[in-house]
Write a protein that binds this ligand. Sequence first.
Ligand code: GUN
Ligand code: ZN
Length: 426
Amino acid sequence: MQIISGQLLEFTSDPNLGEEEPYTHITKGALVMNEGRILWRGNSVDLPAEYKSLPVESYPDCLIMPGFIDAHLHFPQYRMIAAFGKDLLDWLNRYTFIEEQRYGDEEIAAAAATFFLDELARNGTTSCLAFSTIHPVALDALFSEAEKRNMALISGKTMMDRNAPKGLMDTATSAYDDSKALIAKWANKGRLGYAVSPRFAVTSTPAQLEAAGALFKEHPDTWMQTHLSENHAEIASVAKDFPDAKDYTDVYDQVGLLGEKALFAHGIHLSERELARLSESGSAIAHCPTSNNFLGSGLFKYQATHKANVKIAFGSDIGGGTSYSMLETMRDAYIVSQLAGERISAFDAFYGSTLGNARVLGLDKQLGTLNTGSYADIIVLDPQATPIMKERHALSQSIHDVLFALMIMGDDRAIKQTYIAGKPQK
Ligand code: GUN
Ligand code: ZN
């Protein structure tokens, strides 16, 4: 048992709905952890007598928050982050598909899983929905390492059977069989979750997308992740390959890949019809601003998508994305919203990266809050992490000010501590 004390901050509702104050902020708070879970949290002065003799880790000038959730990134892509590609398809062919072929090697995959999860923790990300590669051994390595850390992580074997090097292709049948076996092995084991993972319509034949749809339908306990409408050349290629589909979204819809547990990365260039269909089906879009900027994919319209009633998650999209930090992801989301002629607030961004992402994943009973009884996935954020942040902080007059400066200037240096299921990661 242990206490951490400082300013407790958690979001309680979607700021965009503008109802009540969307957060709870306790300036002198305490949180008691026991066996990896949150046992009590509240005002320090109200700490029950039985906890008063427990050891205390004190962070008086820091924010103690639920850990960040990254709703879209790629486990095997950290070594080719910052690769000088022209645009999405060029970057995939030139770097990504080369790097991902290495993950058929068990040792490489195991070392990568350790690095990947360490890096997430260093950046305050305590849960994620991640792509792996086509190789079952790579997914085994990732899930094994996450299980060791008692981390809530969702992933799946990537399915791709065309338009890629030989070493990075399966078939419709083998992808179905391998995914099915991996679902049986890993889905809902401890805190792990399985996502049916066709990479995108460019690298899956119609037969493989059908197989993905069948898997998703046969296993209601799984999620579904793929990419959608990120880049104009990608969209044109899908239109050519699927002449009978109404549009890109319809390609996935026709095989049953939309739904409450379906998450589509990017969704930048969608028509009104597509947005309406995503909304109606309860599907979500993962907004990946650092990646969209890096690959020049386009400006995602957060407010317009929100108005269309489509669920929005936030993701780093490593390695198209340029940082593991959800703070840097928020910063780019803000800048993109400015360039798109709209604006998102720090409340939108912090809510989105915590409770918002948990809700999109349907995991808000377990993640994204400081609720008693839930796993202690917690971060300690230092708004004065660097000399210039300290200067800026002196002028902050509200919690929104503090959060806004953190997301514009902050990165891994602002993560003072990360706890996953109560275990400090530093
Ligand atoms: N579309 C299909 N695969 C990928 C990928 O690995 N990264 C990004 N950004 N887009 C994709
Ligand atoms: Zn991606």
